[in-house]
Design a protein around this ligand. Structure first.
Ligand code: ATP
Ligand code: MG
Length: 690
């Protein structure tokens, strides 16, 4: 691609990014504005114009899948040979290269999970732990390490960060555990994910010869999703730079979703302070999503804005109109999953490719019921973008066959044809097995390799060359090293965290109920704000078609004790009216107070005073006590008994138990009789902890 053609694909601001090839550059912009596109074009432009040697550029991004996509985009733009990796993958590679020379022998084995080492360390200290305890402590260890907090500073650091401690442990215990955990690892000659970055940073800091070698190799650095850089990653980046200024960062403060794990948008926002002469570019045109999706994204951020917050960058939609965003509520999680599967089946029948559809959720535990529903509906899927693709036995076997076949391949037979016959023994067939299940899953995996073969062959033909089986094997080796799975034709199931930076034509956001999003663990304003940003990330993954849903109860027949996420209060289209219409009218009216009526404004004001008082007293965000919508519903219904209160929207069983008598007292008391200085006096304090 010519240099001019590269620039033609960009708007003027993006072009400013692409042509600022040297010196510090910072792009601050919202979702879908082309940040990733701008930096890939910048790299390609730098390579094309000879300013960068391809091997001298290191582009780092957040997930393996995002890194993989960046590599593909770079190659398509004619910048093959540029390294695009996650911090972790880049560091692991360098550590693996230098360890034998500097330390001798092989580097410590990489621990996939901290759990065993944490449990052993706890046992050593005589600290009791269960599964949840291990998970919480592992999270603390990770936080301390990515925040560069040493064991002896831990107590002070958590306090300074205002970080809530895991329930069952005090800071002293966690600090002791940090040390014991490091001991356990050392004895076993293993390292965790953070160690990879720590060890490499230390090596670069201590060994001038190693630092020189790395720095003479990599001269230009690009960081995507910089709002989520951790102090540890920044530290490594500083080591790589070694005081040089060839750094381009892009990010969106409104998409900071890893601060619970120690990441911070500080470095992005303070970039100008670090580099006074940095070129700072802002982008506002949203090229990804329809105006319908963009409008919702903007509202999610502005509705949640608190006084004093930095105003979010407002996105301006560029695409033509699309379908309206759809909203639905279901009786339980299974019904919700079935509903999603049914919608997907219709979209696929109408011609949407399953790989262009994603279902996103807050916690990984939510995927199971979705997997079940999709399998029942006969829809193929992959969980989490297929990070583990190369670990699958079927894939490994297939690659062995391809490697073997590469040598003896008949040069007169087109490569994709050879690949198909080579893969027959591992389950490939021209048609997929009719039923879902293990055989179909295997076929999907092998078919992904076949599709990649087709893609390579087509690209080669377009470039006037011929692709061989050898090329395919080389491509697979490269992808395996970067954990870049080829697209498996199936719906993507992913957590909101794993979805960042990615996009699909169709996105379903499920489980949008209070307690799932925001997750019930989010009990500080900062944590809740991060949950809201997660919703923003989810919404902005959709190109065209976006559907939001939640379920009133977890299990079929269970109590409908959930309420809709407060983040969509005032946004969710008049569901209250629709739901009361959908309910058998007589029934609803007989229960009286839940029927739709005018809001008692005086009561609403009293309820607010009471609620805000409780919030202050318990240092919780007000809406986690009761949302505005719930207060309004109470002020409409004026319930006098627990049962009547239970029928009010947004007051589920949990809240009823916790606040029921207090709310009824506020309703009963009438004006002037609630003492605003002693809010929530009717509440039994013992019920606060959950
Ligand atoms: P995120 O914040 O979600 O990571 P982003 O800012 O990195 O988003 P990109 O992924 O680079 O955005 O771009 C979003 C979509 O818009 C992509 O499909 C991209 O190809 C397209 N796009 C971006 N800029 C342009 C442009 N100037 N012309 C046409 N399409 C564009
Ligand atoms: Mg991006």
């Amino acid at each position: 691609m010519s240099a001019d053609a590269l620039l033609d694909a960009l708007d003027p601001e993006q072009r400013a990014v692409a042509t600022a090839l040297t010196g510090p550059v910072c792009v601050l912009a919202g979702a879908g504005t082309g940040k990733t596109r701008a930096i890939t074009h910048r790299i390609a432009y730098g390579v094309r114009t000879g300013v960068y040697a391809p091997g001298s550029v290191l582009a780092v991004t957040f997930t393996a899948r995002a890194a993989g996509e960046m590599r593909t985009r770079l190659r398509d733009l004619g910048a093959a040979g540029v390294q695009a990796r996650t911090f972790h993958a880049a560091a692991l590679r360098q550590l693996g290269f230098f360890w034998p020379k500097v330390v001798g022998g092989a580097p410590p084995r990489l621990l996939e999970h901290k759990a065993t080492a944490v449990a052993d360390a706890a046992r050593r200290l005589g600290v009791e732990v269960d599964r949840v305890g291990v998970r919480d402590l592992a999270a603390e260890i990770e936080w301390a390490k990515v925040s560069l907090v040493a064991a002896e500073d831990y107590e002070k650091a958590v306090a300074a960060a205002g970080r809530p401690l895991p329930e069952a442990y005090d800071a002293r215990t966690v600090a002791r555990l940090l040390t014991a955990y490091e001991d356990v690892k050392g004895e076993r000659h293993v390292m965790d994910f953070e160690d990879v970055l720590l060890l490499l940073s230390a090596m670069l800091a201590e060994r001038g010869d190693v630092a020189d070698q790395v720095r003479s190799q990599y001269r230009h650095f690009v960081v995507d999703e910089y709002q989520d850089v951790s102090p540890l990653q920044q530290h490594l980046l500083d080591q790589w730079l070694g005081g040089r200024r060839e750094l381009c960062v892009v990010g969106d403060p409104s998409q900071t979703i890893y601060s619970f794990a120690g990441a911070s948008p500080y470095h992005l926002l303070a970039f100008r302070r670090t580099y006074a002469d940095a070129e700072v570019v802002r982008l506002v045109r949203d090229y990804r999503s329809t105006p319908q999706v963009v409008a919702l994204a903007n509202r999610v951020l502005t509705v949640g804005r608190r006084p004093g917050d930095v105003p979010p960058l407002e996105l301006v939609a560029q695409r033509p109109d699309g379908p309206p965003v759809r909203y639905s509520v279901h009786d339980d999680d299974e019904a919700e999953a079935r509903g999603v599967a049914a919608r997907i089946a219709r979209l696929v029948a109408a011609g949407t490719r399953p790989s262009e559809i994603a279902v996103l959720y807050r916690t990984n535990g939510q995927s199971e019921v979705l997997e079940q529903a999709l399998a029942t509906a006969g829809i193929g899927y992959q969980v989490r973008g297929g990070d583990r693709f190369f670990a699958r036995r079927e894939v490994r076997d297939a690659i062995v066959l391809l490697r073997g076949g590469a040598r003896s391949a008949d040069p007169d037979v087109p490569m994709p044809e050879t690949v198909r016959s080579l893969l027959l023994p591992v389950g490939w067939a021209p048609q997929p097995p009719a039923a879902r299940g293990a055989a179909r899953e295997r076929w999907d995996l092998v078919q992904a390799l076949v599709a990649l073969a087709d893609e390579l062959a087509a690209k080669a033909t377009a470039g006037g060359t011929v692709a061989t089986v050898q090329d395919l094997v080389a491509e697979l080796d490269e992808r395996a090293a970067a954990q870049h799975a080829p697209t498996v034709e199936g719906v993507t199931l992913a957590s909101l965290h794993a979805a960042k930076g990615l996009e699909w034509d169709v996105v379903f956001l499920v489980g949008l109920s209070d307690g799932l999003l925001p997750i019930s663990l989010a009990d500080t304003d900062a944590a809740v704000a991060e949950e809201r940003r997660l919703l923003y990330v989810g919404v902005t993954r959709a190109r065209e078609h976006l559907e939001l849903s939640w379920a009133r109860s977890r299990t079929p027949g269970g109590r409908a004790n959930r309420s809709r996420t407060p983040f969509l209060a005032g946004i969710w289209p008049d569901d209250e009216a629709r739901r009361s219409r959908a309910l058998p009218g007589g029934d609803r009216r007989r229960t009286g107070p839940a029927a739709v009526g005018p809001v008692d404004e005086a009561l609403l004001a009293r309820l607010r005073t009471w609620r805000d008082g409780v919030a202050r007293e318990t240092s919780k965000p007000a809406f986690t006590v009761l949302t505005d919508a719930a207060l309004e519903a109470v002020a409409r219904a004026r319930p006098t008994t627990d049962r009547e209160l239970a029928l009010v929207d947004g007051v589920g069983a949990v809240k009823l138990r916790r606040w029921g008598s207090a709310v009824l007292a506020v309703v009963r008391d009438g004006p002037g009789r609630t003492d605003p200085d002693r809010p929530g006096r009717e509440i039994r304090l013992g019920t606060f902890s959950t």
